[in-house]
Design a protein around this ligand. Sequence first.
Ligand code: AMP
Length: 595
Amino acid sequence: MEFRRLCEYYEMLEGTTKRLEMREILVRLLREVSPEEAEKITFLSLGRLYPPYVGIELGMAERLAMRSIRMVTGASESEIEKAMAKLGDLGLVAEQLLSRKKSQTLLFQEPLTVNQVYATLERIARQTGEGAMEDKVRLLTGLLGKAEPKEAKYIVRLITGKMRLGVADMSFIDAAAAYLGDPDLYKEEIERAYNITSNIGLVMRLVKEGGIEAVRSVRIKVGVPVRPMLAERLTSAAEILQKLGGRGLAEYKYDGERMQIHKLDDEIVIFSRRQENITHQFPDVVQRCKTNLKAKEAIVECEAVAVDPDTGSMLPFQELMHRRRKYDIEKAIEMYPVGLFFFDAIYVDGEDLTGRPLLERRKVLEQIVVPDENIGLTVAKMVEDPEDLDLFMRKAVEDGCEGVIVKDVSPKSVYRAGARGWLWIKYKRSYVSKLVDTLDLVVIGAFHGKGKRSGWFGTFLMAAYDKATDTFKSVCKVGTGFKEEDLQRLTEMVKERAVPRKPARVDSVMEPDVWVEPEIVLEIVGDEITLSPIHTCAYGVIEKNSGLAVRFPRFTGRYRTDKRPEDATTVDEIVEMYRSQLKVIAVEEGEGGAP
Ligand code: AMP
């Protein structure tokens, strides 16, 4: 496929915010490409070259891309800066400057193909070490030299990490199902293939190569991360047990970082909850898994928790962030050792365990995890009685946990990759004393700060994720809880993601000063969930002309970089929180009113 043709599709996608139209455009695009091209165009459309677990990112500083634009167009530095100040998008700057000069030079040039563009971007992304910057600029200059203005716009956006067409992994799954002839019939199977490979490009290639049969033949493989199973939430022990048919396995909910550990002989790879390879941050975990996991091949999941080396007690989540720094890992290992609490086995020695019920998977875990003082299975207890569950919950909190996760133990309690469902239900400490738990919300807009905060963004428009429509719906404006360094950091993060108009996947009637691509997830605590006519979260669900909002929201200080925007608190969860709040109020009023 010629790259200019792909750019025409990109322009069509940018021209609409209607989800169905976008799906139709993607279906038409899929019809035109070969299987290999399907893989490449999928990643390019998402602004990447590979699935996240490969760890090679597109992303060149704007400053460097500007140098290439200067070389190709002959424009001066100040001309580029002026155009940038006016247009706010380096892609548009490249397009404009190139269209001024190109008309005479392009006549005899071969058109660029998708494969050529992809291959060059790949070479740029793979340059590392000394001289890498110069090589990147040289390669980009070569590519832009062959590009038409419109192509240059997208090449520059791709290379600077600003693709943002309003499509996400789910958009491609929907389109693939429609392409195969029935959006409803095939979606689940395509989603399954995606959930066990974490590789949307591969799935699209298979759809083109062998249709639904090829999609069905996908298997779990050690070394390839499986998208994690997630929990729903409820706020009372009785409701939880009722939902689980009377009994469940209650496990401590540790406040750490989820790890999916892959073992193949002596090789250990650790994936984060977002399928990033984080092995290098945890050489101590690698070592321990080599000795304490008794299987030749395994995919197992655990929560890693920072432990106080002096007392052995668990420390809050933030302490693990010391491991994010590239240097000083050795020091961090000593100062912030981690404990590993295993809770699931996905694959062991040739067998895919995802179809087996929870207790069987846990039995396999018991067989392969050799416990010592810093490694073991999660503390767990079978519960049938709400009072028992509450007692266990209190004990979990006393022991430094966030609460418990109660899990289905019936024959249907399979491991459902990539899904949030009722097989796991979280029950958190804050429900016991307060109305509202913390929420993980996505920044979709920002407002300029005033007074002491001028020059920074001081207030942020936050959204919850709506899985049904794959959109982000506004739920509050938050301006408290930020330290000076937070405002500085967030201002930078917002500037990098600011877009000139409302992003396609954002649903909000409130207009911020600046729209922000939905990427930043922050932990927010509020006093309660209230009805609100100005927010779109759950609009019309509880009351006709009203949505739901978080009242008195505050930032807790936690940047949820471990969560993708699609992992944020969902609209359904907020509806659930609102409903259970009403129940709590009803109970309190009932008790208060009794003689
Ligand atoms: P949340 O991030 O609030 O949706 O809660 C789900 C997360 O709790 C999982 O992704 C794990 O990282 C973590 N977790 C802690 N303990 C457990 C456990 N016993 N079973 C499953 N997940 C756990």
